[in-house]
Design a protein around this ligand. Structure first.
Ligand SMILES: Cc1ncc(COP(=O)(O)O)c(C=O)c1O
Length: 408
């Protein structure tokens, strides 16, 4: 007989709080203090920001890295390097943060949403290829929740169709696909250092590339088209924002880079333990694992396929385990007026109203049916490197108990 659920008066699986994540340590403190004591916090001619750019590129096995102020800025830098014409199309993910979408509009280009696998929630190669038109300039491939997309297939498509591939690795730091780090398969890789990320400075970002000409566009785009070593004292190469990182952020990022792979390896391990323990729970679909790639679990996800997701989540919370359902609820373009109602620049609706735009664009749920389907069943749980295996065992026990209890 199934054990009585806590939601029905039974004893909860977990009665003590789970450990919180503590991403900063003495090493971060030491380097921040060193930055302050240097009496210069301007990154461009500082110590830590150039050091970070060099070390990050080296760590990734990439030629160049350009720092900036956020993951959104990192994607914007990449699009600044692509330099699309107004009305050109950029393919991106329907399940992501607005940081993978808004920079497209900021360059007056048109976001096109490729559909996803309803279980992994990652964009599929087939859906991406079907979105390519003669106006497509780039693909922003989002590796969601620390899980690699089929990046080699997508890289082949991008190459064959003459389209730039930008990998959005904001949720997938230091994560390997077939032995190689995500972010190095495409023309550019973008990372966020926001507080919740594997490697964090509170806010911050970086974009990598192997191509020198692309690097110079990234570098100039991050600072008003200005690099005095390149352009001369007061010259500005082209229209660009200021996304400069400062030394305090750079110092923390250098400390974080030293340990990011340990953080990721711990998450890979904990995620595997949890996945194995819930694999046979009734009405649950765990995500696949493989020896071909790593999953670094920015957060842990699974699907509630055979129960009501809200009822399941309420029962799980009663067991003392925190969970969210449906992640962003709807495709990202429905979570604001910027695409559904095309509220962009003043009253203009640019780029959709621009003469350069070649056709009508409509954004609704029918665009990406598998994304809509996947969002209905997905459950999201916090999983991080400061959890113990006993915490994971409790999470798994609670999931299995609720799955059994609701199936009885
Ligand atoms: C996939 C993805 N892309 C881009 C971003 C934007 O990063 P930031 O919040 O640092 O601007 C995020 C942030 O959560 C993200 O998850």
């Amino acid at each position: 007989m199934a054990e009585q659920l806590a939601v029905n008066g039974g004893t909860p699986v977990r009665t003590t709080p789970f450990p919180g994540r503590q991403p900063y340590s003495e090493r971060d403190e030491e380097l921040v203090l060193e930055a302050i004591r240097s009496q210069n916090l301007f990154g461009k001619n500082g110590n830590f920001v150039p050091q970070l750019e060099e070390k990050f590129a080296q760590f990734m096995g990439s030629g160049y890295a350009q720092t900036c102020t956020s993951g959104t800025a990192a994607v914007h830098l990449a699009l600044g390097a692509v330099n699309p014409d107004p009305g050109d199309e950029i393919i991106t993910a329907p399940i992501t943060d607005p940081g993978s979408v808004m920079p497209i509009l900021q360059q007056n280009a048109v976001p096109i949403f490729a559909d996803v696998d309803p279980i992994t929630l990652n964009m599929t190669a087939e859906s991406i290829e079907a979105c390519i038109t003669d106006r497509t300039r780039a693909i922003i491939l989002v590796h969601l929740f620390g899980r690699p997309c089929d990046v080699d297939k997508v890289a082949e498509i991008a190459k064959r169709r003459g389209v730039t591939l930008i990998e959005d690795c904001a949720q997938a730091h230091a994560t390997k696909y077939k032995g190689q780090y995500l972010g190095t398969f495409g023309d550019m890789g973008c990372f966020s250092f926001q507080q919740s990320k594997h490697m964090t400075t509170g806010d911050g970002g970086i974009t990598i590339t192997d191509d020198e000409a692309t690097y110079w566009r990234l570098r100039l785009f991050a600072d008003k088209g200005w690099d005095y070593r390149y352009m001369g004292e007061r010259d500005h190469a082209f229209l660009a924002p200021n996304y400069r990182m400062n030394e305090l952020t750079g110092a923390v990022a250098v400390a974080q880079l030293e340990k990011v792979r340990d953080v990721v390896e711990r998450r890979i391990h904990l995620g595997r333990v949890l996945t194995e323990r819930i694999a046979d729970a009734p009405g649950i679909t765990a995500l696949p694992l493989s020896d071909d790639y790593e999953v670094s679990w920015w957060n842990y996800i699974f699907h509630i396929t055979g129960h009501d997701p809200d009822e399941f989540a309420a029962a799980l919370r009663a067991e003392g385990v925190s969970v969210g359902v449906r992640y962003i609820q709807d495709p990202i373009y429905m979570r604001g007026d910027f695409l559904v109602r095309k509220v962009t620049y003043g009253k203009t609706q640019c780029p959709f109203s621009c003469p350069a735009t070649s056709r009508e664009y409509e954004y609704g749920p029918e665009l990406v049916p598998d994304a809509v389907k996947g969002l209905k069943t997905v459950a999201v749980m916090g999983l991080h490197e400061h959890m113990g295996e006993d915490d994971i065992v409790d999470m798994a026990a609670a999931i299995c108990k609720v799955a059994d209890g609701l199936s009885a």
